[in-house]
Design a protein around this ligand. Structure first.
Ligand SMILES: NC(=O)c1ccc[n+]([C@@H]2O[C@H](COP(=O)([O-])OP(=O)(O)OC[C@H]3O[C@@H](n4cnc5c(N)ncnc54)[C@H](O)[C@@H]3O)[C@@H](O)[C@H]2O)c1
Length: 402
């Protein structure tokens, strides 16, 4: 037993511990949001929902897709995340969130389980496919929502590190920083361009190769059901963050992912299947806060939109409606399903651009919703979640759901 009081210590966008009860409460809030979203679900008879494999189910958009799928469509299947158990520090937040998501699945009578494993490894694919073959006989949906700092390619043994850098030229931008007390300040950062090797490595980590291997592996085992659909998540973003995102190393990886979607779709279409990328809007996640200037951008986006900023759950509800065919995919000219139209609306972007150009260290609280961002960021680690008593000791050493 290792009950203790867990507090938010750390620096910048990295906290050292996560709060188990706070993580559970944040998943409960996602569930309530998924339940209250308007629009029809297609919740099947208990235990008879479609089968889904969600890769990256412990955080951010993959977690939202898992919760929305369980609550509104009674999905069965498997979620994979890559989290760290408790040791000297608490477990990672995704560990506790997975425990909470598993409890929801059981309560709803959904045969949905979770594995903690490296999705890039062949052993993970074999074990996941063995489980799917044995328990479900096939899959209807594969949602690929991995955001990883590195990938070891099991075929070559080589490890690639992704970097978040501009391509071609140095980029100077504004960024939000938090000191040890959590007080924000506006800074300027200079980001040097990536080398060719760094850009290539980022594509190997965040591009389409591993997604394609999952589909190949499922097809090789005869596990793709008729009408199989797979999506991988992508981001376009604003002109304001284009030098570091869409035109940077991560954008090159996303272009590769989108090209992979077209290849996979061509392979699946003759068998009635479909592959596409889904463009989500900006959200506060562990992955996005690692990108310089995104914290500031998303705080201004929230300043501009208020409650019209669409949460990952809202977008995931729309995603499931399109996956299940309740609504047609809202695709753009490049064949990407768009869940980010609210973000890239020209009037919204004009408003954010005005804020971006006007912001000074003095006006940061006025032009960007810093309090909202701070709460969102801390809740990624289970802090600042309403209804949680942070003065009480909690058990941090909790087992991964069986
Ligand atoms: N956050 C945004 O603003 C945003 C916007 C649009 C699209 N997206 C896309 O959504 C996807 C998910 O990003 P996110 O922001 O939700 O990230 P996140 O950090 O919240 O979650 C990443 C997930 O990937 C899992 N993961 C990481 N490495 C893994 C590995 N080796 N094996 C198995 N699982 C692994 C983590 O456990 C976690 O479940 C990415 O493709 C990202 O580009 C994010």
């Amino acid at each position: 037993m290792s009950e203790r009081i867990v507090s938010p210590t750390g620096r910048g966008f990295l906290l050292l511990d996560s709060h188990p009860a706070g993580c559970a409460a944040s998943v409960a809030r996602m569930r309530a949001e998924a339940e209250s979203e308007p629009g029809a679900g297609s919740k099947a008879e208990t235990g008879a929902g479609p089968t889904a494999l969600v890769i990256g189910s412990s955080a951010g958009y993959g977690l939202a897709a898992t919760v929305a799928g369980l609550v509104r469509h009674g999905i069965r299947g498997l979620g994979i995340g890559f989290e760290r158990p408790a040791g000297r520090r608490s477990a990672t937040a995704g560990w506790y969130r997975t425990i909470a998501t598993d409890a929801i699945a059981r309560e709803l009578g959904c045969d949905f389980s979770f594995r903690n494993a490296d999705a890039f490894a062949d052993t993970t694919k074999t074990e996941a496919l063995d489980l799917i073959a044995e328990r479900f006989g096939g899959v209807d949906y594969l949602i690929y929502s991995v955001a990883a700092p590195r990938r070891t390619d099991p075929r070559s043994g080589e490890t690639y590190q992704s970097v978040i850098k501009p391509l071609g030229r140095t980029y100077v931008t504004k960024t939000l920083e938090f000191d040890i007390e959590g007080t924000p300040s506006l800074r300027e950062v200079t980001l040097e361009p990536a080398t060719e090797a760094e850009a290539d490595a980022t594509v190997r980590v965040m591009g389409g190769e591993d997604w394609s291997r999952w589909v190949e592996a499922l097809a090789g085992r005869g596990l793709l059901r008729d009408g199989f659909r797979t999506v991988a998540l992508t981001y376009i973003g604003s002109e304001l963050n284009a030098p570091i995102y869409r035109n940077g190393t991560i954008g090159a990886a996303k272009a590769d992912l989108e090209a992979t979607a077209r290849e996979l779709d061509a392979r699946l279409a003759p068998h009635g299947g479909k592959a596409l990328t889904v463009v989500n809007g900006a959200a506060v996640t562990q992955a996005s806060t690692a990108i310089p200037s995104i914290a500031l951008y998303v705080s201004m986006l929230r300043g501009e939109l208020g409650d019209r900023l669409q949460s990952p759950i809202e977008q995931s509800v729309r995603l499931w409606e399109q996956l299940t065919g309740a609504r047609p995919f809202d695709v753009d000219d490049e064949g990407r399903a768009r869940l980010d139209r609210w973000e890239l609306d020209p009037a919204v972007q004009a408003g954010v651009t005005k804020r971006w150009q006007a912001i000074t260290p003095e006006s940061v609280f006025e032009l960007a919703d810093i309090d909202w961002f701070r709460t969102q960021f801390r809740s990624l680690y289970g802090f600042d979640v309403p209804g949680v008593d942070y003065t009480r000791p909690v058990e941090t050493d909790q087992p991964w759901p069986a």
